[in-house]
Design a protein. Structure first.
Length: 569
């Protein structure tokens, strides 16, 4: 490859990568999430980051930051706590990719200076190169097969360009293995080596060396077929020892490339004629440059954003956030999310999302909606239904903190949801609980046309709220009030004038009496914190909290349809 072309492509990709990183990072100082940071300027955010960085570097907290970098960034401690398989896959990718980059791509700068007499065709470098590539492939496979599957009936978040870098990475590894395999089997590569290092011009003098390389180095000479004369091989071994052994080891240790060379042997002549060594090298190198240039625009950008987020959160744990610092942290969270789905699996309102058929209640979807809201895309004409579903997702969150505690990137998702709620209210998108609680439960029941609340479940209702439709799920309730005694919502509302109208066991009793529509508009259904204490302590094992979630989902559908009507006078 031309040195001028190589340097031009390298510098161009580095420039594109640098410009992209600056562009993506600039959003952290511009995006506004939450009414409390709306008036904070770009310069105030920059100043806050500068002060925070200086304070962290020149304080006693530096040791804690170093520990966070080692444990959270390098060893992925947070991911290990929840997903062992994916943790191991990420570790394989991190170690394999880092070694490939430093000891192969940057070999003239790193490996050659660390190890005297380095040659890429010697052991153990043949083995290590293939081992690192295999580690990356195995890691990607573990990450893919270990990922969280979406909730039944709910789609995963759309990820534009999400697979671009994975495809590029796979292409780089594929072309690398093909290039090395072809060079092992290529007679042209052998000829080029002998002309440069052996110095023999007579083809007959090189025949013993060809015999050795055909039998022990997998070079696919057309005129040398097995079995090869052992005497000729023995003569070649002497010549190899004198001229080649210092630079070439037997390639069996390249446990991926060597089998590839064996498979390519029947077509090696055609590949040599087509100069495969040249165009495979170009494909391999330029795919690497393309990956570098596209890093800020693909999913790999979280490799930059996640470490920064973890370090920012570690620093804030000891020092707290200023308003400007919190504005940067929220914007950074939009880029640091890796869409792993761990938060979705632990979300306490996941049953509600499933019953409503609204994936917008799940944390990964809420984060995407928060980004769309901050960028002004969510409130564009024609996206009213998306905005309403996003509002449901933000306001039906119970702030249980499970998403934050399980996030491998250490994102403060609770703070993000609270900020997004403020933006939604400012945009005129109130929570369902707000408009439901504006009217008493009896008024809603009358609006539904069911009189005092007696109404049979339709098939659609039963599909949305199967537990609430099945008498076996709540008929065991003995009205012992154990659920009410442990309910924090009831305890908190005792001294409030607008406290809950029904206690948990009364909601269960309404269901036993068939007064389901009357339960839909009760404050208890909407004030429930989904802490699961009632369900965990119930002596009859009634799934109280799950039934509350189902009633809330059913209420959004049924009460929303009659939201503009009033009860009968």
């Amino acid at each position: 490859m031309s040195q001028a072309l190589f340097q031009t492509a390298l510098y161009a990709s580095l420039a594109l990568c640098a410009l992209g990183l600056v562009w993506r990072a600039s959003a952290w100082f511009l995006v506004r999430i939450g009414p409390d940071v709306r008036e904070i300027t770009f310069s105030e955010r920059v100043a806050a980051v500068y002060r925070g960085t200086i304070a962290a570097l020149f304080s006693r907290d530096l040791l804690g930051l170093a520990g966070a970098f080692f444990l959270d960034v390098l060893l992925l401690r947070r991911l290990f706590a929840h997903e062992k398989l994916r943790w191991f896959g990420h570790l394989l990718v991190l170690v394999g990719f880092t070694l490939l980059l430093s000891m192969h791509a940057l070999a003239p700068l790193v490996t050659a200076n660390l190890f005297q007499g380095y040659q890429p065709t010697l052991a153990p470098y043949l083995l290590l190169r293939d081992l690192c590539g295999a580690m990356v492939l195995a890691g990607v496979a573990m990450i893919y097969f270990g990922r969280r599957r979406p909730q039944p009936g709910l789609a995963q978040p759309r990820r534009p360009l999400g697979m671009v870098f994975i495809a590029l990475l796979g292409f780089v590894l594929l072309t690398g293995f093909l290039l090395e395999g072809h060079k092992i089997a290529s007679p042209r590569a052998f000829q080029r080596m002998t002309e440069r290092y052996v110095g023999y011009s007579d083809a007959q003098e090189l025949e013993p060396l060809r015999a050795l390389w055909a039998s022990e180095f997998a070079v696919a000479f057309d005129h040398l077929k097995a079995p090869i004369d052992p005497g000729l091989v023995a003569q070649g071994r002497k010549l190899h020892s004198d001229a080649c052994a210092s630079c070439h080891a037997r390639p069996e240790s390249a446990f991926v490339s060597f089998p590839v060379a064996r498979m390519l042997a029947p077509v090696t002549g055609l590949l040599d004629a087509a100069r495969a060594d040249v165009w495979l090298l170009y494909l391999h190198v330029f795919a690497c440059f393309l990956g570098l240039a596209s890093l800020p625009f693909t999913r790999l950008f979280h490799a930059v954003a996640v470490p920064l987020s973890l370090l920012v959160n570690a620093a804030a744990t000891n020092r707290g956030y200023s308003s400007a610092g919190r504005a940067v942290q929220r914007a950074l969270a939009l880029d640091a999310c890796v869409r792993c789905g761990i938060c979705d699996a632990r979300c306490s309102v996941a049953p509600l999302a499933r019953n409503l058929g609204n994936a917008g209640l799940l944390p990964s979807h809420k984060l995407i909606a928060s980004a769309a809201l901050a960028n002004g895309r969510l409130l564009r004409p024609g996206r009213e239904s998306d905005a309403l579903r996003a509002a449901d997702g933000a306001f039906l969150c119970t702030d249980c903190g499970r998403c934050t505690s399980s996030c491998p990137a250490g994102l403060d998702l609770e703070d993000l949801w609270q900020a997004a709620r403020g933006d939604l209210v400012a945009a005129g998108l109130p929570a369902p609980a707000h408009w439901v609680q504006e009217r008493p439960a009896l008024d809603w029941a009358e609006s539904l046309g069911s009189g005092c609340g007696l109404h049979a479940f339709s098939d659609a209702d039963a599909a949305c709220a199967p537990l609430s439709a099945d008498r076996n799920s709540f008929s065991r309730c003995v009205q012992c009030q154990t659920c009410t005694n442990v309910c924090p919502v009831v305890a908190h509302s005792i001294e409030k004038a607008d406290g809950v109208d029904l206690t948990p066991q009364k909601v269960m009793n309404l269901l036993r009496l068939g007064l389901r529509d009357l339960a839909l508009g009760s404050r208890m259904v909407w004030d429930c914190a989904t802490c699961y204490q009632c369900q965990e302590i119930c002596p009859e094992r009634v799934r109280v909290t799950d039934i509350m979630c189902e009633l809330r989902a059913l209420a959004v559908q049924r009460l929303g349809a009659v939201r503009g009507t009033r009860g009968r006078s």
